[in-house]
Write a protein that binds this ligand. Structure first.
Ligand code: PEP
Length: 255
């Protein structure tokens, strides 16, 4: 099945509002060349409103980097899925490894956030991936299977149809180390089979699975050239518009 590549920029805790607007201006100049792929920006919360205005009328989507599992209430500092939608987002990252390992989000919290994302009519990008000792012990697939099972418990096929998954080996995020295209493809194919078995083959074959972990302009084409790699979730290399555009061009058929 032909799946349009989805290229995402995760800006993490970088960029002022002004810097975010400048990025969108620079990106806009290249959009005509990028019409063959889908693009989504994940600015910090503080820049969502201005980025939404800057992106109006373009085909670039916007997402938030996190959401609360609660719909509203006395949760100081938290931001709900409904608020994120209201700010103009259509996507949200769920279970990014920095939130799992640095902030301490458990599989249980990730599952609750995934449900909250669906409830708010957002498209969740569910991030999964193993740590280096787990890969070295030959347990990478087992770890990813456990993360998927825990997060998707209670998700129905209608929701699964809207899901995007990002395979992000933890040892590759922000380290300059990238999974080989063969290793990434093997895991993506494993994830697709898992989703197919859980929700039906049609949903498995339609699922977009991004690779993330030190994607750069010089390795993006090799990764996205593989059958089961449907785009990239890009951190560090997405902070510069030229670098992000160069990566996204690798996701354009014939680009
Ligand atoms: C990420 O933030 O999801 C990521 C993959 O970061 P980096 O590209 O910097 O490794």
């Amino acid at each position: 099945m032909a799946r349009t590549k989805l290229i995402a920029a995760n800006w993490k805790m970088y960029k002022t509002v002004g810097e975010a607007e400048s990025f969108v201006k620079a990106l806009s100049r290249s959009l005509a060349r990028l019409s063959g792929c889908d693009l989504v920006l994940f600015p910090p919360f503080t820049a969502l409103d201005r980025v939404a205005h800057s992106l109006a009328g373009t085909r670039v989507a916007m997402g938030a980097q996190d959401l609360s599992w609660a719909p509203e209430g006395a949760y100081t500092g938290e931001i709900s899925g409904g608020m994120i939608r209201d700010a103009g987002c259509s996507y949200v990252l769920v279970g990014h490894s920095e939130r799992r390992t640095v902030i301490g989000e458990t599989d249980e919290i990730v599952a609750k956030k995934l449900k909250a994302a669906f409830a708010a009519d957002l498209i969740p990008i569910l991030c999964v991936g193993e740590k280096l000792p787990e890969r070295e012990a030959g347990r990478a697939e087992e770890v990813v299977r456990e993360q998927l099972s825990a997060a998707l418990n209670g998700v129905n096929p209608g929701e699964a149809e809207r899901l995007v998954i990002a395979y992000e080996p933890v040892w590759a995020i922000g380290t300059g180390r990238t999974a080989t295209p063969d290793d990434a493809e093997e895991m993506h194919s494993f994830i697709r089979k898992f989703i197919g078995l859980s929700f039906g083959r049609g949903i498995g074959s339609g699922l977009r699975i991004q690779y993330g972990g030190s994607v750069k302009p010089d390795n993006a084409a090799q990764l996205m050239g593989r059958d089961d790699i449907d785009g990239a979730l890009v951190g560090g290399a997405s902070l510069d518009a030229d670098s992000f555009v160069a990566i996204a061009l690798s996701g354009v058929p014939g680009g």
